[in-house]
Design a protein around this ligand. Structure first.
Ligand code: NAD
Length: 543
């Protein structure tokens, strides 16, 4: 242990590079994208106890925008591999949990610097290829947000460890922030490379050992993350990557007595199923597992009659269609006052008509392909439902083409009833539904926004009138964990807007803040009496 209190470098958000025409970063990034697209398909092993593990069950990895092109193969495992990953994690636990926190933090700070420098183009290209993000979307996720998670979490860990109790005279009280007793299971979604990295890493930073199951659609960049962590010096067995079908992994993990925490991000239905399974097994665990889940959303934009139409239109276009609407925070239900409707309709339809759809290799494209066949079919189903309904009208978009990639045009639906299906259910694609309300009944609109969906992740209010903003903040207090005023409801930045929602959207443990890290420690209180009494009698016993 060091003979000093060290301080991690004060974190700052990683600057987002512009990738403007002629910029060196644009050339370098596009060159790396092309190189990775055209190289020999890569082989992606599991990583268990620091060893690369291959199997006979290798499945093709294909870009969503070019689904016949094979860029790699992932080796899928069985229940035995999950058991081996748990054993490897538990074996690594003693050394890792006992390592001083500064040593652990150093590894992740080093990973952040590598990502900011030589690994930046590689992680971005992997995210463009495997998840279909354009230059900017890859940059703000795989590079900047991931770097921010790494740097800020080290800072937050330091702040947590510094929190100590008071001590009465003659006593020294201490609080020690132990790692959880057992292993943490991280299950991650396809849509953010940063989240995929952060879920296992945040638990590991606090001294835990982890079994990580990535989404089948994010395996390509998960592979880069494991190589990065290896290069940064993460000891063997601390984070073990298993590419296994979800239920196979769950069946082993949730029946294991040393299971001590679930760090999940994904859909609400899956999370509820996992929580139920854990509940059914609760008596079998050595300790009560921590359950952290950030899940789905049906995120809203509400415009007041005093709003500026251009600001609302920009909020809708960026909020609903960036990364094809596949952000948990994406705007997908919009409430517009009838006084602004004619102007907003005209401008919105015109703007959406300018959005270019295509591959990430062409930086002029705003919208790319959606992640998978399953996703494409689901989104198309919602569009067809709207097209065939008397209660809705498609204002623009609606085209779907899966001949080369899973492309869905940015689509704007106008609903005639506020409870139309696409106003209520998470679609997770480039589809936004609008509802026009009477401008002079803002209170009714607030009630509608609050009660329409089971989710409560993000939401935005556009208004110039301050009383309206105040009313909205009050009425929608529980409708969104991340509430925006005159801004789109996406794009939360680590250290600035801690992220997460309640109701059906998750446990609201706020990724990118100290609140999340607190879930991965089990404090031990230590009381030391400096001059212990040597006689059991209290003064009141004396005559
Ligand atoms: P998903 O629920 O389909 O999958 C998430 C993960 O769970 C994947 O790794 C998947 O393989 C795994 N999984 C599925 N069934 C499982 C089972 N029975 N046992 C164990 N693991 C299982 O989600 P997705 O399509 O990857 O991501 C999109 C969803 O994630 C959306 O609902 C979105 O709103 C949500 N999301 C939420 C946040 C947030 O912070 N609230 C952030 C990103 C994504």
């Amino acid at each position: 242990m060091p003979n000093a209190f060290f301080q991690v470098p004060y974190p700052e958000n990683e600057p987002v590079l512009s990738y403007g025409p002629g910029s060196p970063e644009r050339e370098a990034q596009l060159a790396e994208y092309e190189r990775m697209l055209n190289q020999e398909p890569v082989s992606v092993p599991m990583v268990i106890g620091g060893r690369n593990v291959t199997t006979d069950d290798h499945r093709p990895l294909t870009p969503p925008h070019d689904h016949q092109r094979v860029i790699g193969h992932a080796h899928f495992g069985t229940a035995d591999h999950v058991r081996a990953a748990i054993d490897a994690a538990l074996e690594a636990r003693t050394g890792w949990a006992a390592l001083s926190w500064e040593q652990r933090a150093s590894i992740f700070l080093r990973a952040a610097e590598m990502l900011a420098g030589p690994w930046r183009t590689r992680i971005n290209a992997a995210t463009m290829l495997g998840q279909g993000k354009n230059l900017h979307q890859a940059e703000i996720d795989a590079a900047c947000e991931f770097i921010d998670f790494l740097r800020f979490n080290c800072h937050f860990a330091q702040e947590i460890y510094a929190q100590q109790p008071e001590s009465a005279p003659g006593i020294w009280n201490r609080l020690e922030y132990r790692a959880l007793e057992g292993f943490v299971f991280a299950i991650t979604p396809f849509n953010f490379t940063a989240i995929a990295g952060n879920l296992p890493i945040s638990a590991a930073l606090m001294g835990n050992v982890v079994v990580w199951k990535p989404s089948d659609e994010q395996i390509y960049s998960a592979h880069v993350i494991m190589e990065l962590l290896h290069e940064a010096g993460l000891p063997e067995g601390v984070i073990n990557l298993v590419t296994v079908d979800g239920p196979v992994a769950g069946d082993v993990v949730f029946n294991h007595p040393d299971f001590s925490g679930l760090h999940f991000t994904g859909s609400t239905g899956v999370f509820r199923h996992l929580w139920k399974t854990i509940g059914e097994n609760i008596a079998n665990y050595k300790t009560y597992p921590r359950i952290v889940g950030e899940t789905g959303g049906k995120d809203f934009i509400l415009a007041h009659r005093s709003a500026n139409a251009d600001e609302v239109v920009t909020g809708i276009v960026r909020g609903a269609f960036e990364f094809q609407g596949q952000k948990c925070s994406a705007a997908s239900r919009v409430y517009l006052p009838d006084n602004l409707w004619p102007e907003i309709q005209e401008k919105l339809v015109a703007e959406v008509g300018t959005l270019k759809v295509g591959t990430p290799g062409d930086p002029t494209n705003f919208v790319g392909a959606v992640i998978s066949r399953r996703s494409f079919d689901k989104i198309q189903g919602y569009i067809d439902f709207a097209r065939n309904s008397d209660d809705a009208e498609i204002l623009c978009g609606g085209g779907c083409d899966d001949s080369v990639g899973y492309f869905v045009e940015p689509t704007v639906v106008l609903a005639k009833t506020p409870h139309f299906k696409t106003m209520e259910e998470e679609i997770f694609g480039p589809v936004v539904t609008l509802y026009v309300y009477p401008a002079d009944d803002f209170d009714a609109a607030l009630e509608m926004v609050d009660s329409t969906s089971e989710y409560a992740l993000t939401g935005a209010v556009f208004a110039r009138e301050r009383y309206a903003i105040d009313d909205a903040m009050r009425a929608l207090e529980n409708a969104a964990g991340n509430f925006y005023i005159n801004d789109k409801p996406t794009g939360a930045v680590v250290g600035q807007q801690p992220f997460g929602g309640a109701r059906g959207s998750g446990t609201n443990d706020k990724a990118g803040s100290y609140l999340n890290l607190l879930r991965w420690v089990s404090p031990r209180t230590i009381k030391e009496t400096l001059t212990p009494p040597r006689n059991y009698r209290y003064p009141f016993h004396q005559n």
